[in-house]
Write a protein that binds this ligand. Structure first.
Ligand SMILES: Cc1cc2nc3c(=O)[nH]c(=O)nc-3n(C[C@H](O)[C@H](O)[C@H](O)COP(=O)(O)OP(=O)(O)OC[C@H]3O[C@@H](n4cnc5c(N)ncnc54)[C@H](O)[C@@H]3O)c2cc1C
Length: 433
């Protein structure tokens, strides 16, 4: 893997508060828990475990934040992408439903609290999240979902007409939900801050260190990293959209897809003033999703679904630019100087997965593009499990590997699947007038 391919083109790399720069593994290491993946999931797990006195080693093939955690939209969303409580109930069963609902609805508060506790400088702001509807059917589902989730403590407020148009600054959406607990972070600053905090608690972090093979022995695991080895009592896999042949059973349970983003430098006040004036982040209900936010110093970030091209370079920026100008006509002709993308992991039922494929090997992944708050929550769950919490006391059920999960989509190919999603979105938007 080429270190930082694509991340250096991001607005986040240009504005990061304190870039973490670490060493590569240069010898053999022994530890209690080895964590594969230095993103939000892995570093949160490492932080909690090291804070509890465990000897922890974190390795990443690229480096801290090389994956989605250093590239994402930084929207801290206080809910799973599951529209109705009943869908979550069906997915996880009665035993886990209330626990997982509480963890996901509380995940944004928990993320901002973690950031405060560790004094991480990452432009954290909890000014709310707007989820806007692309068609009447989406509006009805969202409105009903907001009503039903309120029974479990969710605060989702329905907005429409001029209220919604003023809050979003977009003429194209007629309704949406405001979730006041949502907010934003500078994601690369956050993941680097987590690495610094985990290290301060004693975790060792090795960048540019790929784990090529995992081997189970009588008393634990060996991680083969080129010429070096890590001997660990337990292993946490925190590789999400970058999961691979290292554990094909875990990787095949999710579908890796590629959202992309564009960012501007400071825009003139008259261009930006009417867009998201309350400082909320925004996302829509399309399958091919739009998400956007204002940044400090009048910068702007806009993202959507796209494709990964050869050499790990995403493409689809021209389509994204046209979409940005349709949604926010104020942005016509602005210079989208920063362009980047990354990989996320989808699950069939839109619920993240906690997996335990072998004794002493656990994995947490599949945030369906809502991973900023939920991966931090999952990291805690992984740390609790590695520290001895019985599996049945966790908020997630243990999921068996599901190698057939995305067979149909994989057969179709990601490009055709994305085109099909866009066609369905466009049909619904046209039908809505
Ligand atoms: C463009 C984009 C926009 C997004 N926007 C949002 C958003 O606005 N809000 C939101 O909630 N979520 C968003 N997400 C999703 C969110 O970023 C992810 O869900 C979250 O960051 C996942 O964190 P993670 O630590 O599990 O995985 P990652 O951060 O992806 O980390 C996985 C790491 O594993 C490493 N790795 C893989 N295999 C190996 C190996 N064999 N050896 C060593 N290391 C290995 C990789 O190098 C990688 O760094 C977005 C994602 C993308 C890509």
């Amino acid at each position: 893997m080429k270190p930082y391919a694509g991340t250096e083109d991001s607005l986040w790399a240009a504005t990061v508060s304190r870039r973490y720069r670490g060493v590569a593994l240069a010898g053999d290491v022994a530890c209690d828990v080895a964590v594969v993946g230095a993103g939000f999931t892995g570093l949160r797990a490492a932080l909690d475990l090291a804070g509890g006195g465990a000897r922890v080693a974190v390795v990443d093939a690229g480096g801290v934040g090389w994956g989605a955690s250093g590239r994402n939209g930084g929207q801290v969303n206080p809910m799973l992408p599951v529209f109705q409580p009943n869908d979550l109930l069906k997915a996880v069963g009665a035993r886990y439903f209330e626990r997982l609902a509480a963890v996901s609805l509380g995940s944004a508060d928990a993320a901002f609290d973690l950031i405060r506790r560790h004094g991480i400088e990452c432009d954290a702001r909890q000014k709310g999240w707007l989820r806007v509807d692309h068609c009447p059917k989406a509006r009805d589902t969202a409105r009903e979902g907001a009503r039903l989730w309120a029974e479990y403590g969710a605060d989702f407020r329905f907005l429409d007409g001029d209220d919604l148009r003023r809050a979003s600054g977009s003429p194209v959406y007629a309704s949406g939900i405001l979730a006041p607990k949502g907010g934003a972070v500078q994601p690369l600053s956050l993941v680097c801050g987590l690495a610094v905090a985990a290290e301060a608690h004693g975790a060792r972090i090795f960048e540019r260190t790929a784990v090529g093979r995992l081997e189970r022995g009588a008393s634990g695991w060996t991680l083969h990293c080129g010429p070096h080895r890590i001997e660990a009592g337990q292993v946490i896999l925190a590789t999400n959209g970058y999961s691979s042949a290292l554990r094909p059973d875990v990787a095949r349970t999710v579908l890796s897809v590629t959202p992309i983003q564009m960012g501007t430098d400071s825009l003139p006040e008259d261009v930006i003033a009417s867009i998201l004036p309350g400082g909320q982040t925004i996302a829509d209900t399309r399958r091919s999703i739009m998400y956007a936010r204002r940044e400090p110093r009048n910068r702007f970030v806009y993202g959507g679904a796209a494709m990964m091209g050869p050499g790990g370079r995403p493409y689809g920026f021209e389509t994204l630019r046209r979409d940005a100008e349709r949604v926010f006509p104020q942005l016509r002709g602005v210079d989208w100087r920063y362009r980047w993308g990354g990989q996320i992991a989808l699950t069939r039922d839109r619920v993240p997965k906690f997996m335990e494929p072998e004794p002493g090997l656990i994995a947490g992944l599949g945030y369906n593009g809502r991973g900023v708050a939920m991966s931090l929550a999952m990291g805690k769950v992984l740390a609790d499990r590695a520290a001895g919490t019985p599996a049945e006391d966790l908020p997630f059920p243990v999921t068996e590997a599901d190698p057939m999960a995305f067979k149909r989509v994989q057969e179709l190919g990601a490009g055709i699947a994305l085109a099909a999603m866009r066609m369905a979105d466009n049909r619904e938007m046209r039908a809505a007038g």
